[in-house]
Design a protein around this ligand. Sequence first.
Ligand SMILES: [Zn+2]
Length: 414
Amino acid sequence: MILRSRFVLPISRPPIENGAVRVAGSLIDQVGTASEVCSTNAGEICDLGEMILMPGLINAHCHLDYTEMAGKIPRPASFPDWIKALLALKSHWTYTDYARSWLTGSRMLLNSGVTTVADIEAVPELLPDVWSSTPLRVFSFLEMTGIRSGRPPAAILQEALDHIEILPKGNCAGGLSPHAPYSTTPELLQVTAKAAAERNIRITAHVSESREEYEMFSECRGSLFDWLRSQRNMSDCGHGSPIQHLERHGLFRENLLAVHVNYLGAGDAERLSSNGVSVAHCPRSHAYFRHDTFPLRKLTDCGVNICLGTDSLVSVVPTRRKPPQLSLIAEMQTLSSANNSPPSEAIVRMATQNGARALGQAQRIGELKAGFSADLIAIPYTGTAKDVYDAIVYHSGNVTASMINGIWVLKQVG
Ligand SMILES: [Zn+2]
């Protein structure tokens, strides 16, 4: 099948006017101008018309489980207050609530152009069912905490590994997510790092999300420190930043995707870079908590791979106009309107190529290239080549078409 479009945006090359992509089975076979692709191949031509055809977006951090919790927690005065409210809300939720919420979120992502998501899974029992109910490419990172339960770290890890072991093979994969430095023990971080390296499993963890977390680890003070001191052994605090904490306990390898990273200590950006750790930035969640400016320039200058995530809808500022939606395009817009924002081309790269690299999928998704998976989306466009990236970042509404693994999962043209 040959897909022709006003512009094809491979990401690794400039936009191709009157471009085409040939799809063979589940893979991309050729990318070029329509005349190049059509002259070397016979085959069915699907003319998408006035569109930008580009790789599907990669959402590098999400909590699909929490989608229908949107609007159920008032905007908190502090980060610990938000965690307390979330824990209280979760205590009333059932398996059915989580499953419905997960599926609602997955539909929002598909409609808004996401084809791959790195999702934190707090209820792993859902996975076989929900995976089979979505065409999305899902990397489900099984959440591990253990502070409240006090369970032995080895038992927490083994339970997660057992869940991963029995997951169906196919489009989706399981990973490990020690939740955050403050909600885990050093022992859990250590055994997770070891097991993931031995089994070639990817890890993601929230780190240095809030000023309170930074103060807790760096200075043994602040509201998070005060709240948790009656619940956990605090002897792991006072030895440096949260980033240093993860590094000290063995988590810093190329298989780690660090989420948020809003507060950096001296040398932290260099630590991330030299260990090949990727960072997921969630612009709307960042705005919701009124964090200090995201250190994008510092991280980029050090060569850190930065990708984008939606986080959950529990940390999106509600608007009167319409209920919030999970949308990586909305995240791109928020980043674009932030102080010292990068150009649209860099933002689009963060939402595609960089996300693929962060998930160890750089040779498979995130670009339109021969041999890559045929994960494509189409966005309406009638302009010229110079505005292609802006048109993607400022697109409003759903995408017009989406293909995953060579199969249309959404199509309203051609
Ligand atoms: Zn998160």
